[in-house]
Design a protein around this ligand. Structure first.
Ligand SMILES: NC(=O)c1ccc[n+]([C@@H]2O[C@H](COP(=O)([O-])OP(=O)(O)OC[C@H]3O[C@@H](n4cnc5c(N)ncnc54)[C@H](OP(=O)(O)O)[C@@H]3O)[C@@H](O)[C@H]2O)c1
Length: 280
């Protein structure tokens, strides 16, 4: 395939040779996921884009093909629905998927005790069950090839209890610990694993819930650059100086009760679930 330089994107080869020809981004249609897709295409990788909104994925795919000359395959569906993973795996069976980004999330805001049970279970389905199932499905071919990479998106919110986003924060703690275990388990098999533990990021989802930037808020492109640069230097990367300082302060210096109270102060102003975007 001919890969070309354009005004919009300078190719930075290396990732395809290091990890394999194809990258899969779960939760790719907008915000951070779309930024991962662009950065990986810029590094010469073909893309499998996964999210629910087909039209948005198709538009991004067209942009990536035109700008970077890579192949792009869209697989639209709901990661919370059992059966979708089998569809995705079958669709990718002939592709050398060497890098996986799990970015999709469900992040309802509001009091736990009055939340709809379905909404809370969806947090478990999208943020916990789906990445476990996806990795179990896609890691074996990578271990056979002796090369690959995994980026799992997690959050500083998962470093301690986070009132009004309690289930989301707990799911992000799960993600970080999962990544840390896999990092050690897979490093001698040629697979780089990293948990990208982010503070606030300027994505549509964050803008809808938070309204205005918190201290240290980063653009998606900056988060992606730092996460991809940290591959091979895992298990965890925290993009942004302010966020790294906040991480030390909250998880090492403060008593846990105080850290939870500070989190409550910042999540208290988040818009309730019914005002956040659609289902995610
Ligand atoms: N934004 C922040 O401030 C922030 C802070 C810390 C950590 N993070 C982490 O960074 C990641 C991105 O967060 P974000 O909320 O800002 O979102 P985002 O990257 O703007 O978008 C989330 C993506 O996931 C897709 N998605 C959501 N539910 C899905 C489902 N059930 N099946 C398939 N695709 C699904 C959405 O597309 P469709 O709607 O088309 O399905 C969208 O493409 C998350 O893992 C989050 O925990 C974000």
């Amino acid at each position: 395939m001919v890969r070309r330089r354009t005004n919009a994107g300078r190719l930075r080869p290396g990732f395809a040779e290091r990890y394999g020809a194809w990258a899969l981004v779960a939760g790719a249609s907008e915000g951070l996921g779309a930024a991962y897709a662009r950065a990986l295409a810029e590094r010469g990788m073909n893309l499998v884009l996964v999210a629910r909104r087909k039209a948005v994925l198709d538009k991004l795919a067209e942009e990536l093909r035109g700008t970077f000359g890579v192949e792009v395959f869209c697989c639209d569906g709901d990661l919370a629905v059992s059966g979708f993973l089998e569809t995705l795996q079958a669709a990718c069976s002939s592709l050398d998927v060497g890098l996986i980004v799990y970015n999709a999330t469900h992040a309802p805001v509001g009091e736990f005790a009055s939340a709809a049970v379905e909404d809370l279970m969806r947090v478990v389905d999208v943020n916990v069950r789906a990445p476990v199932a996806l990795l179990r499905a896609f890691l074996p071919p990578m271990t056979l090839r002796g090369r690959g990479a995994v980026v799992l998106m997690t959050s500083l919110a998962g470093n301690q209890g986070a009132p009004r986003i309690a289930a989301y924060a707990a799911s992000k703690a799960f993600t970080r610990v999962l990544a840390e275990g896999l990092w050690h388990e897979l490093e001698n098999l040629g697979i780089d694993v990293i948990a990208c533990c982010a503070g606030a990021i300027r994505t549509p989802g964050y803008a809808m819930a938070a309204g205005e930037d918190a201290p240290g808020t980063l653009d998606p492109e900056k988060v992606v650059e730092q996460a991809l640069s940290a591959l091979g230097r895992g298990p965890v990367v925290i993009p942004g100086f302010v966020n790294r300082a906040a991480n030390i302060f909250m998880s090492r210096l403060l008593p846990r009760r105080t850290a939870i109270a500070i989190m409550a102060g910042s999540t208290g102003s988040l818009a309730p679930a019914k005002e956040t975007k659609g289902e995610s």
